[in-house]
Ligand binder design. Structure first.
Ligand code: PHE
Length: 337
């Protein structure tokens, strides 16, 4: 037996094969185990020698197997180390980090400024029905303001549309909750319009503050505070121009003074004006439409053009570039995360 197994163990074996040999020898029905079982049948005078011979064969084979297993394991570890070696002479892979789009950055800035003075942030869907976008906002069928909005309709009956402003979020908020309301709602808006300061998709942030004694002074104070915080200045050139919106009375538009230096927009000085928002006191008809009693509650609303604010703050003079998806542009004007 001994010679047979010694020969087998000399071969180039893997760990499975060695384990198999181990079972063949010392398993329950292994060669060595069954020899021990025969011990009782051996004549008495030979039994002692038989046992001691068997034991020494057993020890020898066992040692051999253990050292064989050790060898194999060492070999396997070395092979693994060799395979998984890191080649430190390889050049590194370039690490490309994305940038935050100026519009996203400005939405974050706006949200945090208004949050600090008690506004919460709401959202509404881009696809609206004509009731929320127009009718509930005191803009009935055939009202000239509907044409002015260059609406993208989604069906022939003109019931579904891409919202032309964020004002429908006023309606959604007031229908779903009870007054007082103090919210802003940033998001995408759509109008069929395109030039250096207009794109068919653009961004607005709606503001709505309804409570018991809110007046036009609160509106001016709030917007003035916001503009100064946003542009990080103590003084800003800003003017309220009387205007008209069906859903506010009185209504105003707000312009910001700027000039162009070296092809870049600079705010604060200069004799040029850029319109950045529309606002006013919420029309009593709107409050009635959402079951808020206009004798008890009143307040203001505003809609700010986010892209224009981004242009002014970060000196970008063509709005269309915002949505060209040019990686080089984003790399230049974008923000680090
Ligand atoms: N929704 C108006 C627009 O898009 C802006 C606005 C909002 C005006 C709220 C008054 C009050 O032009």
């Amino acid at each position: 037996i001994k010679d047979e197994f010694l020969l087998k163990l000399k071969e180039n074996l893997d760990s499975n094969q060695v384990n198999q040999i181990k079972t063949d020898l010392f398993g329950k029905n292994g060669v060595i185990s069954s020899k021990f079982k025969q011990l009782g049948k051996v004549a008495e005078q030979e039994r002692k020698k038989f046992a001691s011979d068997l034991n020494s064969v057993k020890d020898e084979l066992q040692n051999l197997i253990t050292s064989k297993i050790n060898d194999i394991e060492t070999k396997e570890i070395n092979q693994k180390l060799e395979k998984e070696k890191i080649d430190i002479t390889l050049p590194e892979r370039p690490f490309v980090q994305g940038k935050i789009h100026p519009v996203s950055q400005v939405i974050d800035e706006i949200s945090s400024i208004f949050s600090e003075i008690g506004f919460s942030v709401k959202e509404g869907p881009d696809i609206e029905n004509e009731y929320n976008n127009f009718t509930a906002l005191n803009t009935p069928d055939n009202h000239p303001a509907r044409d002015m909005h260059d609406t993208f309709y989604l069906d022939e009956k003109k019931e579904l549309l891409l919202r032309t402003h964020t004002s429908p979020v006023q309606i959604r908020t007031m229908l779903n909750d009870k007054p007082p309301f103090k919210i802003i709602a940033p998001g995408r808006t759509y109008r069929s319009d395109s030039d250096q300061t207009h794109t068919p998709m653009f961004h607005q942030v709606e503001g709505l503050h309804i409570d018991k004694d809110i007046n036009m002074g609160h509106l001016k104070g709030c917007l003035n505070y916001f503009i100064k915080e946003f542009f990080e200045v103590d003084k800003i050139k800003m003017r309220f121009r009387p205007s008209h919106f069906p859903f506010t009375e009185p209504s105003a538009e707000v312009d910001i003074g700027y000039e162009i230096k070296d092809g870049k927009i600079v705010i604060g000085e200069g004799d040029k004006w850029l319109e950045i928002l529309g606002c006013g006191m919420v029309h009593p008809n709107v409050l009635k439409n959402v079951k808020v009693n206009p004798d008890k509650f009143q307040g203001y609303a505003f809609g700010i053009g986010i892209d224009r604010l981004a242009m002014l703050k970060y000196g970008i003079n063509d709005l269309r570039a915002f949505f060209d998806c040019d990686y080089r542009w984003l790399n230049h004007f974008g923000f680090d995360p």
